[in-house]
Structure formats: structure tokens, C-alpha cells
Write a protein that binds this ligand. Structure first.
Ligand code: FES
Ligand code: FES
Length: 272
């Protein structure tokens, strides 16, 4: 807004200056490289205006009348700017106003009554408000899968899910997969096959693999199923596993061991 105001101010000053010039002043304003161009002659504008956007002006318009018209438009725009500034300020105030709401989230079988900014993501609600830090923040843009949790059994990127939208659903995080000291099948398989190095992506990988097993049990298809033509209760091959886990990125490149872990969890043996 400041940028626009400064430039309109500049334009207005210059247009006022030009419109206040006497004809003799204008006669002195010749093109630096051409003595033939007479800017105050109406005819000199015609070839320029024809065939251009500026051609909406009448062909016989003089530079003086053009400058005066433009100046009047500039003043009109400037007169409207205070209203624009007020509207802009009101918009910014509304955008920055915090709106909070009470919400109860069921996570790993336990209710969590919370009072949240309505813009809070499920990932931030888990990590910052429930102290469930198993779900990781990698990209915070839905691209890495480190934040994957299960929402009513379906895997979601919790960094792209508003916490308030999870009200009424059952959220399962990596902390909720084991039963006491008994690890889930997938967790156990990741341990057996060293399905991680730094471990940062691992909670998301494990949640994703848990949902994968559920999806495979229901005969749900992936892109690979269509490519292979195996569209009736597809066999979960390594290609299927890689495709179905492709939303979870591992910077350490532990993919071969992750595939082996998922195969084992599916009861298929560690290698094809
Ligand atoms: Fe959510 Fe990367 S942190 S997808
Ligand atoms: Fe390091 Fe996957 S184990 S990012």
C-alpha cells in the first residue's frame, strides 16, 4: 500500500508540474535526439495512438488535454485511497485476530479437552498441546509423510489436517499402536529388519504401513494394481508396497529394509 501511495504521489506531482507548464516551456521540451518532434502539436500523437491501447483516446487529443485528464483521474484515485487504507487495515486486523474454540479430541483411546486457535493443525495439537511428540514435523507441507497418523483407520498427513476437523474421530498415533509392552506387528518387523537409520521418518512409516495392511486386507487397489492388471484383491508385491508407501519419504534411504519389514508384517517373508 505504501508503495502505491508513494508512486501515485510521484505521478500526481509530475502531472501537475506538466499541466502547469506554459506553451513556451513545452516547446523547450524536445526529444533529446530529435529536433523534429513537437510534443505540443496534436497531430504528433496520432500515429502513436493508432493501433495501441492508448488508441481509446480520440486521435486529435493534445498532450495538454491528455495530461489534464490523467491528472484528474489520479486525483480521483488518490481521493479513494483513504477508504482503501481503512478497508485494508480492517482486513488485516480480522486476519490476525485469534479465534479460539473448545474441542475434544480422542487420541489413542483417550479424550483430550482442548482450547485451540481454530487454525491449529492436528500435528501441532498432538505435539504442542497433548505432548504426543511421536508424530514428526518434517516438511509441514504434506510432502514427506513424517506426520502420518490414522484418522478413523485411514492414514492422513496431520500437518495438513485442522485439529478441529478431527473432533468426533478416533486418532491413532505411533504411541497408540503398541499394547503396553507388546509392539504391533509392524513395529516388531521394523525392529527386526532395521527399517530405519536416524528414525525421524519412522513413526510416519509405521503408521502408513499399519494402514497399508488394513487396505490390503480389504482388497483396495493402488496405481500399481492397474498397471499390473491385478485389480481383484491384488497380491501385495514389492512394487505394490513401494507404491503404497510412496507418500513417506526416508532421507536416510532405508527403503529396502522398510519393504522387508512391511513384507514380514504382511506374513510374506522378508524377501520376494
Ligand atoms: Fe506432514 Fe511432512 S510434516 S507431510
Ligand atoms: Fe532417517 Fe528415514 S530413517 S529419515
Amino acid at each position: 500500500m505504501d508503495f502505491v501511495l508513494v508512486h501515485l504521489d510521484w505521478l500526481d506531482c509530475h502531472l501537475s508540474y506538466l499541466s502547469d507548464m506554459s506553451p513556451s516551456d513545452e516547446a523547450n521540451m524536445k526529444h533529446p535526439h530529435s529536433s523534429e518532434i513537437e510534443l505540443d502539436e496534436p497531430e504528433s500523437f496520432e500515429p502513436v495512438l493508432k493501433g495501441t491501447a492508448a488508441g481509446v483516446l480520440s486521435p486529435g487529443v493534445s498532450r495538454r488535454s491528455f495530461v489534464k485528464s490523467a491528472s484528474a483521474v489520479g486525483v480521483g484515485v488518490a481521493a479513494g485511497l483513504p477508504h482503501l487504507a481503512v478497508a485494508q487495515a480492517a482486513h488485516e486486523a480480522a486476519a490476525s485476530a485469534t479465534r479460539r474454540t473448545d474441542v475434544s479430541l480422542s487420541v489413542n483411546g483417550k479424550m483430550h479437552p482442548l482450547n485451540l486457535d481454530t487454525r491449529t493443525t492436528l500435528l501441532d495439537a498432538l505435539r504442542e498441546h497433548m505432548n504426543l511428540t511421536g508424530s514428526k514435523k518434517g516438511c509441514d507441507h504434506g510432502q514427506c509423510g513424517a506426520c502420518t497418523v490414522l484418522l478413523d483407520g485411514r492414514r492422513v498427513n496431520s500437518c495438513l489436517t485442522l485439529a478441529v476437523s478431527a473432533a468426533g474421530a478416533e486418532v491413532i498415533t505411533v504411541e497408540g499402536l503398541a499394547k503396553g509392552d507388546e509392539l504391533s506387528l509392524v513395529q516388531q518387523a521394523f525392529l527386526e529388519h532395521d527399517g530405519f537409520q536416524c528414525g525421524y521418518c519412522t513413526p510416519g512409516q509405521i503408521c502408513s504401513a499399519t494402514a497399508l495392511m488394513e487396505e490390503a486386507g480389504k482388497g483396495q487397489l493402488s496405481q500399481v494394481s492397474w498397471v499390473s492388471g491385478n485389480t481383484i484383491k491384488p497380491e501385495i508385491t514389492d512394487a505394490e508396497i513401494r507404491e503404497r508407501m510412496s507418500g513417506n519419504i526416508c532421507r536416510c534411504g532405508a527403503y529396502p529394509n522398510i519393504v522387508a519389514a512391511v513384507r514380514t508384517a504382511l506374513g510374506k517373508g522378508a524377501s520376494a
